[in-house]
Design a protein around this ligand. Sequence first.
Ligand code: HEM
Length: 160
Amino acid sequence: MKKLLNIVLSASFLAASLTAVAEEAKGPTLFERMGGEPIAREIVSDIWDNHGKNPIVKNRFQHSDPVYVKQKVYEIFAMATGADVEYTGQDMKTTHATMNISEMEFNAVVDDIMDALDENNIAAQEKNEVLAILWSVRPDVVNSNISTKALSPAAAQHAH
Ligand code: HEM
């Protein structure tokens, strides 16, 4: 009986330690590593300011409500970097589909975001992770007819 108890106890101890190891291996989220909500809000505000100073994209946002856009961008930034925050805006394809956004504009927006990360002393590792996330959204944001994809033989064939 004692032996059985020992087995049960050590099994549950093992399970508890494995859970702890798994938690540790998972580590803090990208969102947490960048400083959580206060820094994320700061970054989003700086992105907005940078867009306003960037001649390539500033006209795009001249009729936008900063409070609304910053809130949506905060939500999507937080969610994409692992925070338990719900994004309440439209999906990226629907939002940008009718805007005819070029690769140059996309790159300008990415530059503004990278600058905002620098302004908030985000380290290279975290910057790269954010960059990878942004790059994954690119096909939903850039109009595929005016991207270099349209120059590929397959796309050219498709167009005829
Ligand atoms: C990865 C890149 C991008 C992300 C993650 C992103 C994200 C967002 C989000 C979350 C919204 C709000 C959606 C909603 O209203 O529900 C939005 C709106 C918008 N985005 Fe983007 N965006 C990106 C790139 C761009 C680019 C390259 C442009 C053009 C230069 C652009 C122009 C706009 C405009 C004009 C709005 C509408 C703002 C308004 O409602 O007044 N976005 N974007």
